[in-house]
Design a protein around this ligand. Sequence first.
Ligand SMILES: Nc1ncnc2c1ncn2[C@@H]1O[C@H](COP(=O)(O)OP(=O)(O)OP(=O)(O)O)[C@@H](O)[C@H]1O
Ligand SMILES: [Mg+2]
Length: 238
Amino acid sequence: MTDYLLEAHDVRRVFGSGQTRFEALQGVTVQIAEGDSLAIAGESGSGKSTLLHILGALDRPDAGEVRYDGAALSEMSTSQTDALRNREFGFVFQQFYLDERATVLENVALPMTIAGVPRTQRRERVHEALKRLGMQERIDERAGRLSGGQRQRIAIARALAGRPRVLFADEPTGALDTENGEAVTKFLFELNEQDGITLILVTHSRDLADRCARRITISDGQLLHDDALHTTTEGAAL
Ligand SMILES: Nc1ncnc2c1ncn2[C@@H]1O[C@H](COP(=O)(O)OP(=O)(O)OP(=O)(O)O)[C@@H](O)[C@H]1O
Ligand SMILES: [Mg+2]
């Protein structure tokens, strides 16, 4: 048993070899409790996305260990980590990653289709998630016709529909204007504060990082700071 939901211990990641060998992560240790909101900050190229991908089981470290709910990811097969990601994690990226030719319904339902969630349940969850994000009227619209802010809300709805325990976001407001960025920020913290979803986000935005209960700063692939900012409840009252 463990007190932490997600733990990375002395995680290392090397890209390339020989002359092009680059140590993107040089032994990062971090423990994340359920319900936490964690910002990963640091300069461009410091290793933030690499760490997020490893924590989210999208990538595997070259050394060190990642544990989710006490289980070592290194001991899982690819299909086991695929299933874990699909069942427990949601992802939101700067570039949205929507199928522009598909409808909002199809986009939001896609991970559930892959996971084999029955059609009726899929529809229910899609409607529920879109309603939450104020996008239910766009359900039959092609994603390619939506604005950036609307696309990001669809991407959040897609993550939410899978009922994740952990939501990973990499620069979720990076491609948005201030107003849409604030709306997306509000939704992400609502999911953390009201639904208890653990939030792990990479951001350059000071505003976004400041709303998190905790901020870690990565520099040249190493953990430079680990700051408790405030509890999320206090944060909401600020
Ligand atoms: N697949 C890859 N192959 C080779 N090098 C990579 C790969 N992924 C990342 N890197 C390198 O690892 C370093 C860290 O990359 P990472 O994407 O984690 O940075 P980051 O902190 O997210 O930066 P940014 O803020 O610009 O997104 C960079 O120098 C990058 O070039
Ligand atoms: Mg990045």
